[in-house]
Each structure stands twice: as structure tokens, then as C-alpha cells.
Design a protein around this ligand. Structure first.
Ligand SMILES: Nc1nc2c([nH]c(=O)n2[C@H]2C[C@H](O)[C@@H](COP(=O)(O)OP(=O)(O)OP(=O)(O)O)O2)c(=O)[nH]1
Length: 137
């Protein structure tokens, strides 16, 4: 019996939010202790639960993780990433409005960022996003 190839693994869908403030900065958060890649920087978000759309998952995750209720969600890019721990399908969405005060409910750090970002290390599955953003300006 052979081990499954990485491409045989069923991807886990993940909703990810790029929150932009009025100055065009975007929010990065550090991954909490206890998760894979703890301390790495990423955009806030998380895995879809059964029956959820990307938008529903993103709304739920951002309330749970950073304490804000987001406004309109603009689907932007989808990116497949193979990690040793999982194969993930990342649904990156842009968000420009929200209500509530930021509260890092899992003990994360937050950083309003511009390119080139000043935080490190950045999660491998998040790095391409920084390149796409650089191409947009
Ligand atoms: N939130 C987020 N996840 C990312 C990004 N880039 C990237 O590769 N990922 C990966 C890391 C993880 O394998 C996966 C997200 O899963 P997670 O474990 O953080 O999600 P979750 O909050 O639902 O966690 P849990 O309920 O399982 O504790 O997506 C990103 O920019 N933001």
C-alpha cells in the first residue's frame, strides 16, 4: 500500500479576510500559541464549518478571533496550499468596513501593515498574497 500523494488529499476550505483601513493599510495577526505555525503572521480567518459559505465562515471567525463584525465581503483570490499538516484551499476576501473594537480573543498580536511588511515570519500560505498586493499598486 502506498502513501497518498499530496494531490490526493482533500483540501480544507479556509475563509481569510484582508481588512483594509481608510489609509490602505491591511491587518495582519500572529497565529495563537497551540496552533500549527504558532507565532507566524497571517490574515485573520479560519476553516469553514459544515454547511457554511466562505462569507458566513469569515463573519463568524472574525467575531470569534478579533471581535469585529464585518461589512460587505468581496471575494478576491483562491489559492491552494499543501502543508505537511493539511491541504488548504484559501479563499481570500477583501473587507473595508466593520463595526466593533478589535480585541485579540486568542492572545494574538495585530499589526496594521503596508508593503513591505515589517512583521516576520509570515505564514507560507500568506506570502503569495503580499506579492499579489504588490502587483496591484
Ligand atoms: N487564517 C489564515 N489561515 C491561513 C492563511 N494562510 C494559510 O496558509 N492559512 C492556513 C493555515 C491553516 O492551515 C489554515 C487555517 O486553519 P486554522 O487552524 O488557523 O483555522 P481555525 O481558526 O478554524 O482553527 P481551529 O478551529 O482548527 O483551531 O489555513 C492566512 O493568511 N490566514
Amino acid at each position: 500500500m502506498s502513501l497518498p500523494e499530496p494531490t490526493d488529499r482533500v483540501p480544507v476550505d479556509v475563509a481569510v479576510g484582508l481588512l483594509f483601513d481608510a489609509d490602505g493599510r491591511f491587518l495582519l495577526c500572529s497565529r495563537p500559541q497551540g496552533k500549527v505555525y504558532a507565532g507566524y503572521w497571517e490574515f485573520p480567518g479560519g476553516k469553514l464549518e459544515a454547511g457554511e459559505t466562505v462569507e458566513q465562515a469569515l463573519r463568524r471567525e472574525l467575531i470569534e478571533e478579533i471581535g469585529v463584525t464585518i461589512g460587505p465581503v468581496e471575494a478576491w483570490r483562491v489559492h491552494l496550499m499543501d502543508y505537511p499538516h493539511a491541504r488548504v484551499r484559501l479563499h481570500f476576501c477583501k473587507v473595508r468596513t466593520w463595526t466593533g473594537d478589535f480585541e485579540m480573543r486568542e492572545g494574538q498580536q495585530m499589526a496594521w501593515s503596508r508593503l513591505p511588511v515589517q512583521v516576520a515570519p509570515v505564514l507560507p500560505g500568506t506570502l503569495p498574497v503580499l506579492e499579489w498586493l504588490a502587483e496591484e499598486v
